[in-house]
Design a protein around this ligand. Structure first.
Ligand code: GLC
Length: 511
């Protein structure tokens, strides 16, 4: 919850850090029941964030620095204050009635079926005037649009065009896998959202959205999709001429958020994901977002450095959540200051702990505001802020900047192959390669020193360590890796490589 001019003021920082694109959570007109994920006008900027002119200025200034701007498209539901819903609710014969999902109660007056809101309780809300219920997968202030209605689709696709024409480079699409529900409104089996998620018909919408994006050059669609990998990759669409159906460019891959911090589990997930991707599917990895606990809280401050190296050395587009680059942790939010209406995680205060303001400096408002911040700033401000980390060698921020810089300069990291080397206990090792260039990434997910043995490959040079004090170090045969250290080593013995299980010529590791 900041403003667009504030983002403009920080574009030089993003450019310095090496960021290619920014995704803004919803900035559209909204009563803010769910912090903008309840939209009352898809084509207007909410005054809390600024004006349309400010967005135009942000697009211009970002593009001037080579930074793309992505908005958040929320197609599953509107606000209950959207004029469409007000009209739909005004009468059961309103032309907008069928833009939303209405159903009669069961004979005993209870909701039409057993569908649950992801924020708790029944997904159905009674509209006393008509005696019907309307569907909401989230808050009752977020009524579900009816994506089976062609008029809804046409209007929503025109909304995408409206923003594309203003120069927006792409969209993150909210809850894409939930857009279509069972047409017979069948009860879900216990704990299985069989009839409310990942319905086959959603693929038609995915293809149509992609066709809209393809009307413009060089735009991207990224989908929020929480599904197992084998289902997630279906959202890439299928290639294959006539029979092929386009998908979105990047179905968000949340495995790094969901997996335990365990080398074997992570290595297995990377390999399974690489194997499941369709030939045209470009991978992506996400370390954090506004709905999940911060990475430094999930894995600890030291391991968050290793996690940064993991994110920025895997194959595919990395997504970083603001503040993770300085190691911000979840902030404790006292009950009276809580903002998040979703109470699915009441023990930890909903999603507020990961939404605390960005810390630019150590002043009372953290350089984010001169007024009262909308959530507490947190109590470790003196070290965890941009200004002090820019001035501190070896800081989390410097590590991020150097990782991004290395990633940009090494084709092996940006577009090269990924191949597993070994994963045992707390030690994860893989290889990235491009042409004859071979890089070994060795990550110590534990606290004890480990030994990286380059085996038959013999020798290499350290390009970067999470500790930042080993750059240029020659590695001959073997080297030790400290607890919570990650190392990127360029092999001097260059040889072509390909994605796949490690071969005999690959390095081996001893822990
Ligand atoms: C997505 C958003 C989340 C929001 C929900 C409802 O999961 O990321 O913040 O509350 O959709 O729109």
């Amino acid at each position: 919850m900041g403003d667009l001019i504030g983002i403009c003021d920080r574009l030089d920082y993003l450019h310095w850090l090496g960021v290619d694109a920014i995704w803004l959570s919803p900035i559209f007109a909204s009563p803010m029941a769910d912090f903008g994920y309840d939209i009352s006008d898809y084509r207007a900027v909410d005054p809390v964030f600024g004006a349309l002119d400010d967005l135009d200025a942000l697009i211009t200034e970002a593009h001037r620095r080579g930074i793309r701007v992505l908005l958040d498209f929320v197609p599953n539901h509107t606000s209950d204050e959207h004029p469409w819903f007000k009209e739909a609710r005004s009468s059961s014969v309103s032309p907008k009635r069928d833009w939303y999902m209405w159903a009669d109660p069961r004979p005993d007056g209870s909701p039409p079926n057993n569908w649950r809101s992801l924020f708790g309780g029944s997904a159905w809300e009674l509209d006393p005037a008509s005696g019907q219920f309307y569907l909401h997968s989230f808050l009752r202030q977020q009524p579900e649009l009816n994506w089976r209605n062609p008029a809804v689709r046409a209007e929503m696709y025109d909304t995408l065009r409206f923003w594309f024409e203003r120069g927006i480079d792409g969209f993150r699409i909210d809850v894409l896998w939930l857009l279509i529900k069972d047409d017979q409104l069948r009860d879900n089996p216990p704990r299985l959202p069989l009839y409310t998620a990942d319905r086959p018909e959603v693929m038609d919408i995915v293809a149509e959205m992609r066709e809209v994006a393809d009307e413009y050059s060089d735009r991207v669609l990224i989908g929020e999709i929480y599904l197992p990998i084998e289902r997630l990759v279906a959202y890439y669409g299928s290639s294959g001429g006539e029979a092929g159906r386009p998908g979105i460019h990047l179905p968000f891959n949340f495995q790094l958020i969901e997996l335990p911090w365990d080398a074997a589990a992570i290595a297995g997930a990377i390999a399974a994901y690489e194997a499941a991707l369709p030939p045209h599917g470009w991978p992506n990895w996400v370390l954090g977002n506004h709905d999940q606990h911060r990475v430094a809280t999930r894995v600890g401050d030291d391991q968050a450095r290793v996690a940064a190296m993991l994110l920025l050395t895997l194959r595919g587009t990395p997504t970083l959540y603001y503040g993770d680059e300085i190691g911000m942790r979840n902030v404790n939010v006292p009950a009276e200051q809580q903002q998040d209406p979703a109470r699915f995680d009441s023990l930890t205060g909903g999603r507020d702990p990961e939404r605390s303001p960005m810390r630019w400096d150590a002043t009372p408002g953290a350089g984010f505001t001169s007024g009262d911040p909308w959530l507490p700033i947190g109590d470790d401000l003196s070290a965890v802020n941009v200004a002090s980390q820019q001035a501190t060698a070896g800081s989390m921020l410097e590590l991020h900047r150097r990782l991004i810089e290395l990633r940009r300069s090494e084709s092996a990291l940006t577009v090269g192959n990924w191949a597993p080397v070994s994963a045992a206990g707390e030690f994860l090792v893989y290889e990235r390669s491009f042409d004859n260039r071979r890089l070994i990434v060795a990550l110590n997910l534990g606290q004890h020193q480990r030994r990286l043995d380059l085996g038959s490959l013999g020798a290499g040079t350290v390009l970067l360590s999470t500790e930042l004090d080993r750059q240029g170090e020659k590695v001959s045969g073997a080297t030790s890796i400290r607890g919570a250290e990650g190392l990127i080593v360029a092999l001097s013995n260059q040889a072509p490589s390909s994605v796949g299980p490690s071969s005999e010529s690959s390095p081996s590791t001893v822990s």
